[in-house]
Ligand binder design. Structure first.
Ligand code: NDP
Length: 398
């Protein structure tokens, strides 16, 4: 079989010769008891760069020993790109949300042999799920592999926005010492109302991690959490999103992108937020209307916006979030720490082993199977596509 793997570019200075840490901490299971990816074997050193082209997710030896062909490229957006050329006779395509190969209907229909699209990470919105269902292409992702990595990033972003870390660091770095400049937008998080849109793996973990800061915690979700969890975190549940938005100082967005959540945060919704609130969005860029966010930052309706997700990706160089005031944006990194890479590379290997052995892929990993939403996907996603507009990724110039 032919496996096409679309990964982000290597470091600009080449692959590292050594790493900051010699090993990763050992984690046995996720907080709800789900086991970590459990392939029969791995051919990589956990803690090394695996998500870039030369890292190959550590798959080459395993695939080639079984007689399969592995093609790895980062060239994914322009007309005639290598990914499009290789896709037409591929059986499996692997892509990462950080550098998504947008599997539009046109691309899916160009690949008659395509059987499965694997997301090396979480969030399969870069695949036209409707087209995948129509063409019997299964879609799977490595559920939970980087959820906690993202929750850590959210905590970092909430603290850095509210305390105005970026500004203070810039002052120190440029040789300055004007304390008044450094603190004129700096507050404590303690006592603030923090709300998450969706309390799934990431949203709930972010709430748990914010609890020790003595904050008031809120959530909005389609399903209610168990009573015991609400009590443990002293959580306020909101049946209606707007009721949560009007009292929260910080809103973190943690739902998947699907047709129901696309542009959930538009001008109208942002106008219903508490004046001067902060948004941290590590879910997907397209859940927010980018221009509405920029307008709200300019007017002061929002005090700050941070996150690591954009639409499309890579974001065009002139994307309005790159240089709007009071933003704490990073490129899409929260779920691809070296720690997370080890987990999702192992998860991809586990999925491929099951596929080649003809055994069941875990239900937890399934998004689309046999032409329908399935497993975890049936719970968290809705039918349709969120890939429209992804061709704008061609506007990014290195
Ligand atoms: P989960 O499936 O555990 O949680 C998703 C939650 O979103 C579920 O509780 C689901 O609710 C809820 N949800 C779905 N639709 C809606 C809606 N319309 N309104 C309110 N809530 C909704 O996934 P994770 O927490 O692990 O990941 C969430 C998302 O975060 C991913 O889909 C991905 O887009 C993004 N992500 C980003 C990463 C990054 O690197 N920045 C890395 C990993 C994930 P219910 O099931 O109750 O219906």
């Amino acid at each position: 079989m032919k496996i096409l793997c679309v990964l982000y570019d290597d470091p600009s200075t080449g692959m590292p010769e050594s790493y900051a840490l010699n090993s990763l901490p050992k984690i046995d299971k996720y907080p709800d008891g789900m086991t970590l990816p459990s392939p029969k074997n791995i051919d990589f050193n956990p803690g090394e760069l695996l998500g870039c082209v030369s890292g190959e997710l550590g798959l080459r030896k395993f695939l080639e020993e079984q007689g399969h062909t592995l093609v790895v490229t980062s060239d994914k957006d322009t007309e005639g790109c290598q990914a499009d050329k290789e896709l037409v006779d591929s059986d499996i395509v692997i892509s990462q949300p950080f550098w998504p190969y947008y599997l539009t209907r046109k691309r899916i229909e160009s690949a008659p042999n395509l059987k499965m699209a694997i997301t090396a990470g979480i969030g399969s919105d870069h695949v036209d799920l409707q087209a995948a269902m129509d063409n019997k292409v299964d879609v799977v992702e490595v559920t939970y592999c980087n959820s906690r990595s993202v929750a850590e990033h959210i905590v970092m972003m909430i603290l850095s926005l509210v305390r105005d870390y970026h500004n203070q660091h810039a002052i120190a770095k440029s040789g300055g010492w004007n304390i008044a400049d450094a603190v004129k937008r700096s507050y404590d998080v303690e006592g603030m109302h923090i709300g998450t849109v969706a309390a799934g793996r990431i949203g709930l973990d972010a709430l748990r991690k914010m609890k020790p800061f003595d904050t008031h915690l809120h959530y909005f979700d389609r399903h209610r959490l168990p009573d015991s969890v609400e009590k443990e975190l002293n959580l306020t549940y909101h049946e209606d999103l707007d009721s949560m938005l009007k009292i929260c100082d910080v809103v973190t967005i943690n739902c998947p992108l699907h047709p129901e959540t696309e542009h959930l945060f538009n001008d109208e919704r942002i106008s219903k937020m508490k004046k001067g609130a902060y948004i941290v969005n590590t879910a997907r860029g397209k859940i927010c209307d980018k221009d509405a966010v920029a307008r709200a930052i300019q007017s002061g309706q929002l005090s700050g916006y941070a996150g690591d997700v954009w639409f499309p990706q890579p974001a065009p160089n002139d994307h309005v979030w790159r240089d709007m005031p009071n933003n704490g944006m990073t490129p899409h990194t929260s779920g691809t720490s070296l720690s997370a890479q080890a987990r999702y590379a192992a998860g991809v290997r586990e999925i491929l082993e099951c596929f080649f052995d003809g055994t069941n892929i875990r239900d937890q990993y399934l998004i689309v199977k046999d032409g329908n939403l399935a497993g975890m996907g049936a719970h968290s996603y809705s039918k349709g596509s969120s890939t429209e507009g992804s061709e704008e990724a061609t506007k990014y110039k290195k």
